[in-house]
Design a binder for this molecule. Sequence first.
Ligand code: NCD
Length: 361
Amino acid sequence: MCYKNLSGISWEDLQSLSLVERGKYFNQEGGLPYHTLIAQQFNRTNLDLLCNLTTKVRHICKTKQGVSFMKDLGCGKRAIIYFDQPSTRTRLSFEAACDILGIDRSLVDNPAETSSEKKGESKLDTMRTFSSYGNMIIMRTIQQGLAEQTAWHLAQTRRPVPVFNGGSGKDQHPTQMLLDVYTFKRSMEKVGGLTSKTIVFVGDLKRGRTVRSLAWALTNYTPIKLVFCALDRFQILPDVLEWLDAAPGVEYELTSNFTQAIREADGLYMTRMQDEHDESGESKGVDTFNLTPDNVNTMKPTAVIHHPLPRRDEIHTAIDTDPRAMQWRGVRNGQWMRVADIATVFGWHTDIEDYWRKNHI
Ligand code: NCD
């Protein structure tokens, strides 16, 4: 099923590839996702396909007939949902996406306490067990690379089920990236879409996995300018800048001037301090950049404000009613985008397209 077969490469050789090359092992022949592991397996073609499908899914689910059509697609499939880090939106939206598609689900939450990991079972044995009961694995883990390793490991077995990365350490969050791209794209429809825009990232850019995945994904919407606004010690890491250097049509700037950055923004991506990754309290007492009812007025009238959430003070709650604030719409988009992603992995996107043609045109 994979475009380049994961069973034909050693784990070490896979690790030595560039992220874009590695991504080819996670996609189906034809370039649609099989696993959803890293932002670099996505390109303009599969991103646009997923965004268009998300819009159709949203509309189809407005009717009872559409809801039952969708629910039939995943009948007989089971998802195993494994989260070893806290989550509200990612977990609930994956659960909702499974329900919308009629996929049964089993949840393994807090595995260190509740699963055989407590008895010393390895994570890979745990994952192999999941593949015996489930047709897909959805996982969030602090352990960077575990989702990829699970996909590789299962490719060497008779049940190489698709793996969905719901957040891996400080590294990547590809399904959040999908909903972020969709949210920006959809909100910018009236101003010509994402291309030729300035997107400003603010906050803990060093340890924010959503920022790393989204920054790469936006290189598919060139020409584009990315501004990284952070205190020096929380600034975006050099590996991301290398990705951007290699992408034609991408301009970027590093700054700590929040006042100036928000004035220039067509899209603003606020993030919180990722203090769970502190090694010695480095983010304690740090003044964060916050959007307030005062400074939001300096932003363009067409700007799109977004946040992956959870937030602390980065976006004042009074701004939630500002028509430019899209972070809550983003939460709901996450459910629909995850439906689209899962449906595409299992090949149901063609059924959805057929249903759309027959019922919505
Ligand atoms: C993000 C995450 O877990 O990385 N949350 C999410 O999935 N929406 C962002 C964060 O926790 O700051």
